[in-house]
Design a protein around this ligand. Sequence first.
Ligand SMILES: Cc1cc2nc3c(=O)[nH]c(=O)nc-3n(C[C@H](O)[C@H](O)[C@H](O)COP(=O)(O)OP(=O)(O)OC[C@H]3O[C@@H](n4cnc5c(N)ncnc54)[C@H](O)[C@@H]3O)c2cc1C
Length: 443
Amino acid sequence: MADADPGRSPLERPGTAPAAPHVVIIGGGFGGIACAKALARAPVTVTLIDRNNYHLFQPLLYQVATAALSPADIAEPIRKMLRHQRNAEVLLAEVTGIDTRRKAVLTEDGARIPYDTLVIATGSVYNYFGNDAWAEHAPGLKTIDNARAIRTRVLMGFECAERESNAARRQALMTSVIIGGGPTGVEMAGSIAELARHALARDFRHIDPREARVVLVEAGPRILSAFPEELSAYALQRLEALGVEVRTGEAVEDVTAEGVRLPGGFLAANAMVWGAGIRASPADRWLGIAPDRAGRIPVSDRLEVAGFPGIYAIGDTVAAPGASGAPLPGLAQVAKQQGEHLGRELARQARGASGAVAPFAFRNRGNTAIIGRHAAVFDFGKRRLKGYPAWVLWAVVHVYLLVAFEQRVLVSLQWLWRYVTFQRGARLITGVPKEPQTAQGSA
Ligand SMILES: Cc1cc2nc3c(=O)[nH]c(=O)nc-3n(C[C@H](O)[C@H](O)[C@H](O)COP(=O)(O)OP(=O)(O)OC[C@H]3O[C@@H](n4cnc5c(N)ncnc54)[C@H](O)[C@@H]3O)c2cc1C
């Protein structure tokens, strides 16, 4: 390492000219990995930069947060994923900017990674709409650390409740509030309710975990607002059957260590989870361009950033026009398809084909949300599916097709077995925080 020049990509050894056009991809999520893989046989060198050394399968994060899966089940080292791709290298680094004039990516440790073509695939973060202090008490569900913190919080709540003699404090320790009634909120609420009512039901002597309170708060008039009304009504009915309290039309006014303030009063709680909105990564600032209201950078239907030839952006961090002209939603399937498309097109160009990147057309494989065990909703646009068949479709097709891991068959089977048998193999409390603080009394 001593002779390494921090200003150079390892591909650009001192004294040697890069052998082939250099494609730099920032972000090893769904979009970035798909793009890198699609360039596998192209006459280019690919550098994929990520702040983490692993690719994270975010759609299953809620299963880590509720002890159904371990972090290692839903993450795969990026190096391993690109191990056999001889034209690709992986750099572990935090990107902090882009020098568009000199065509270089800037990293936190002071390196400049030169590029000929740049692909930005940096995803999104949770948006607290100006209340960033709430993040400490109500983490979003975006990273493995978030999921572990939530899991520890929920499990510690039951442990402390087992030893608590005051009834109001005991109830607060067994109360979870999920803020935001989108797919993540619905999945978290259903999964925490099942954890309490099934997996933990017989493990304690002084409390009955089935008395745990799970509250899902949504500011809008209905949960799953991006889905047709029929499917959101079904989700509501299923959540209520699981014992989840769903409160619509209530915007959270404050979040503290003791609970959340709602229009009707204070709700004392132990675990709080934020799922009320996302904001794109700061790529807009790196390029010095105006984003849309969700912080996304505008790209053409060819996925190129206007005014920056040779710079493309994909996935959650962009507002890319769909068939109707409205921006495509922030979904793994959108990011993955964009990455595959862009990689194929860049490979075609590298082989000498003329013409710009062809316009991207999204093929909707269905928008979905899981509501506890055995139930899901699927919206394919013109067709809809709900209940058990939707859950099977999600488990078999959605997860299996999206996961690009080598051991995906094993992970899928392992997950399916734990899910069907109510086993929660990952119920470890790690990185124990200070004891949950709880207030008495609730809305
Ligand atoms: C809890 C949850 C459940 C979801 N469920 C579904 C679902 O069921 N179906 C579905 O289709 N979609 C789902 N999504 C959405 C889906 O995960 C995203 O749309 C998808 O991950 C976007 O892919 P991406 O490649 O744009 O970004 P990501 O997958 O987020 O990847 C971005 C990558 O960029 C890296 N990065 C970011 N900034 C930097 C930086 N400055 N320097 C270096 N690296 C950086 C990150 O480490 C990350 O690896 C869910 C999301 C969440 C959070």
